[in-house]
Design a protein around this ligand. Structure first.
Ligand code: CS2
Length: 497
């Protein structure tokens, strides 16, 4: 019997793909203009798609050189596929898979950091984008201060190969200045508040530790480099074997770099690009002077609600966001969180209703075709909580309001980090502060809710003094934590409406 193996996606298989799945660009057909740091699923399903459509519509030398900071696997996978990968949009109407040809190069930073620095000093590159997660910036989530350890100091103060994102970016910019390679925009596409301003802050704090990083280089940075803020949005759960199987069925070719996500996507970008940019607006992005109101709306509503559902859902033993949303009382609790707390805490972009935006977010979370693990959204809570929930609390307090539902989310996180579901199964804690969180919990005088809350409020990299000094907020959190502890998530939510 003849054994047939499905071929790997690549230039050689393109002509066999269904018409609607073919890429709009041929990888390498468009010269590189962008370096992107972070080749994860979110980049592939978001910025790569926008950029491919923009260049296909309006042209321009804006191919993307994708750089994986650490993972060699994704680099090898993409190279074996001629830099092609597919994105599947999942909805009740069935999957739709399209191959993306936006990548004009793929690099592995850990294997060749010098090559990445040289790339940033190449005049053809006029935009650098980053999707590297909150923690890779090495900034304190509360103060925005750069956390300088041995590795970072070695990256900045010596000529050795840089291993960190601040090291790569700052040394790349210094090399660009020395090469007189022209102005550039450095664009954060990470999901955190004031992302452009924070990235700029990271560069400013790091550069003074680099030999030659002050003086004329500082002037050049001010005059020739911009840090536009952005708001990025698309639900892109981590790929699973099922993702690859769906892509293979659609393409008739195997795609080891396949990603999937919801059909919805949004990108709001501050339009400050001294070396030009792709026509992202023609691909549906919103170009604006201030992404701040969009960013706050999204982080506090979409991500705040996401985190709430993830912590409470995980403790209730629910595997996915969509199934956690079905817990009786969950929808009502998060709706009230949006209407009574988030809406009080911010001024939305003109013409946008926070409550309506919140309702559309719940529809997206309920997408039955998306299996987004509560575990995935719950990770890195110490980095996410401040911008998703704690800022809401602080701004509500400043407005004289009592953020009761936001306090429930904090209590949900405190219950989650204790590491067991309501029915006693272990919950993994995947967080850069996991060790400190565990130490604090172990050192607490008891496991009573008040003792647990006091121990965790002591994490000053998470909770600003302004919040921990507010007795109303503390007591609200302790009240919810007591209910969660005594009655479990389901009973607490049932009584919450
Ligand atoms: C999620 C986000 O994993 C998480 O923390 O809240 O990744 C979310 O899916 C995206 O921000 C949606 O744009």
């Amino acid at each position: 019997m003849a054994v047939t193996t499905t071929p790997l996606l690549g230039l050689g298989t393109l002509s066999r793909l269904p018409q609607h799945s073919r890429p709009l660009l041929r990888p390498g057909g468009v010269p590189a203009g962008i370096v992107h740091l972070g080749l994860g699923a979110f980049f592939r399903a978001h910025q790569a798609v926008y950029t491919e459509e923009a260049v296909a519509t309006a042209g321009g030398d804006w191919g993307i050189v994708g750089v994986a900071p650490r993972s060699a696997g994704i680099v090898a996978g993409l190279l074996a596929q001629d830099r092609l990968f597919s994105v599947t949009s999942l909805s009740g109407a069935g999957p739709r898979t399209r191959v993306i040809g936006a990548l004009s190069g793929v690099r592995h930073a850990a294997a060749d950091p010098g090559g990445i620095i040289a790339l940033l000093a190449d005049p053809a590159i006029r935009v650098v984008t980053l999707t590297v997660t909150e923690k890779a910036h090495r900034l304190d989530p509360v103060t925005g201060e750069l956390a300088v350890d041995h590795t970072l100091l070695a990256d900045l103060a010596t000529a050795g190969p840089p291993a960190t994102i601040p090291g790569l970016v700052v040394r790349g910019l210094l090399a660009r200045y020395r090469a007189d390679a022209g102005p550039i925009a450095v664009v954060s596409c990470d999901n955190f508040s004031s992302n452009g301003r924070r990235l700029h802050g990271m560069v400013e704090q790091a550069r003074v530790l680099v030999p030659g990083g002050t003086g004329a280089f500082g002037d050049w940075l001010r005059d020739s480099v911009t840090f536009p803020g952005t708001m990025v949005d698309r639900i892109v759960p981590a790929s699973t074997p099922a993702t690859l199987a769906v892509a293979e069925a659609a393409l008739g070719a195997r795609d080891l770099a396949a990603v999937h996500g919801e059909p919805y996507r949004q990108w709001v970008i501050e339009d400050r690009f001294p070396g030009g940019r792709p026509a992202w607006d023609l691909a549906g992005a919103v170009l604006t002077t201030d992404a701040g109101p969009w960013e706050r709306l999204k982080l506090r509503t979409l991500n705040g609600v996401h985190s709430a559902i993830a912590y409470l859902g995980a403790v209730a033993g629910r595997e996915t966001i969509a199934t956690a949303l079905e817990i009786p009382g969950m929808r009502a609790a998060v709706r009230r969180f949006v209407a009574e707390d988030v809406a009080v805490s911010l001024k939305p972009p003109p013409g946008v209703s926070v409550v309506e935006y919140g309702a559309s977010v719940l529809d997206r979370f309920a997408n039955p075709a998306i299996a987004h693990a509560t575990r995935q959204v719950a990770m890195d809570g110490s980095q996410k909580l401040p911008q998703r929930v704690l800022n809401t609390i602080l701004d509500c307090r400043a407005a004289g309001a009592t953020p009761r539902w936001a306090a429930l989310v904090v209590a949900g996180w405190m219950r989650f980090v204790q590491g067991r579901t309501d029915d006693g199964r272990a919950l993994e804690l995947d967080d850069p502060l996991a060790a400190e969180i565990r130490e604090r919990l172990a050192a607490a005088p008891s496991s009573a809710p008040r003792a647990v809350a006091d121990a965790l409020f002591g994490l000053d990299a998470v909770f600003p003094a302004e919040l921990t000094g507010d007795d109303t907020v503390r007591e609200l959190v302790i009240e919810w934590l007591t209910a969660l502890d005594r009655h479990g998530v389901e009973a607490t939510l049932a009584g919450a409406t």
